[in-house]
Write a protein that binds this ligand. Sequence first.
Ligand SMILES: [Zn+2]
Ligand SMILES: [Zn+2]
Length: 177
Amino acid sequence: MPVLSGGCLCGAVRYEARSPPLRVTLCHCRFCQHVTGSSHLVEPLFARDDLQVTAGVPTVYRHRSEGSGKHLDLHFCAVCGTTLFMTFERFPTLCGVYAGTLDDPAAIEVRPDNAKQVFVASARAEAVLLPGLDTFAGPAIDAAGVPQAPFVHDAPHRVGRRGSEPFPGEPEGSHPR
Ligand SMILES: [Zn+2]
Ligand SMILES: [Zn+2]
């Protein structure tokens, strides 16, 4: 029995997941900004084998990461252009879904115990980072495989323009995890 399902805008490509996401990444990197055309990607990560395409055949665009030199595959609908999910050379057992394609957006939750926000150094000025989540300026694990130390905002944190004053009325506090 699928626990959740999703599809592209035109409905030609559909997928189902057999298990809930392992965790959720909120990614503010430039790659995710390009691919979503938006401020950041909300990416529930599933075991690769638990996600199945149930209708249509997604087209694959293979992108080589400048950072790691590894490729990742973007699976999108050639009819309407919606990107549905991606798979990774570096993490072959995982599959990252574009959360906007879920039939029920409430099917996944973002909580401190299951989610992190990454690449916030490239977050847009008006982006608001969530409190309580492990937060990383860049990747959570660097190209050499070394885990990076997170920090945690104590309250919602508006990124603001680089070098500008804090947004009025919002506390600036954060602490290392
Ligand atoms: Zn489509
Ligand atoms: Zn990203």
